[in-house]
Design a protein around this ligand. Sequence first.
Ligand SMILES: [Zn+2]
Ligand SMILES: [Zn+2]
Length: 312
Amino acid sequence: MKVQFWGVRGSIPTPITTAQIQAKIQVVIQRITAKDILSLDAKEKFLASLPKSLFGTVGGNTACVELITNSDSSFIIDAGSGIRSLGKKISSKNNPIHIFISHFHWDHIQGLPFFDPLFIPNREVHFYSFMPNCKDFFAEQMKNPFFPVSIDAWSKNVHYHYIKPNSSFKIDGVEICAKEMSHPGNCYAYKFQQGNKKIIYSSDVEINHNDFNDSLKNDVFFKNADALIMDAQYTLEESFEKENWGHTPFCYAVDFASGWNVKKLFLFHHEPTYDDKKLHSMLQSAQWYNEYSVDNKNIEIFLATEGTEFDI
Ligand SMILES: [Zn+2]
Ligand SMILES: [Zn+2]
């Protein structure tokens, strides 16, 4: 399986600002030496040597992740503003689309009015969520005066599925299971298994001691995952100020991944007030913390970054 990130930001879309771009250019210019511009090759080598925090951005769109499986169907987790670009990629295909909604906070559904495939007559789209009245919520955000086009303009081949927590079901050979996590108004983590690969998406969660319990339910859901995409919105200091806001500091996400023997951890749902520099410094701290402070030191830790794709 592969994972592609289309939206990684939490709470609200956060476009990069002019001041942030200018700051990056200033630092790049300070690093250039005469030999770096001697030839096209030298210029390319120089650009390739720049850290990701300078030559690129983590991204500003809200939560949306694509799961690329052996199946012909498109698997999408959450429908934040990142789903708009993903819709452009798949709108010309005619394959079924399966969208898994973790919860209905706006940063996880706000991209739907701009998701082109929904407006293609008879395009097959399936929504999965823990709310039986899921359609009503989508209809609400497309009502006048919030949006000029109503949900009636969507394909007539859209289906809404209610998911029972902890029960598994299969789509095209991919086994899916959802688990309730701690977040204001509730949020569900999803586990996807195909063959011997297991991927967990757990955005918007404030993990607590129950999540570390070695219970059968936790064991079956979390243990030995090949990849965990997890809410790591805060620094530890900020998490103390924002207790009960429903998000996890990055070091607890590392503890959690270590405790459940996860192979790859993707820090996700980035805080909108953190810029690229701060997010990359958090990644470094998470890697340092993994190396020096936790028992299982074999976790690979990544910053979920818009546009990037990973083999799992
Ligand atoms: Zn969120
Ligand atoms: Zn939320």
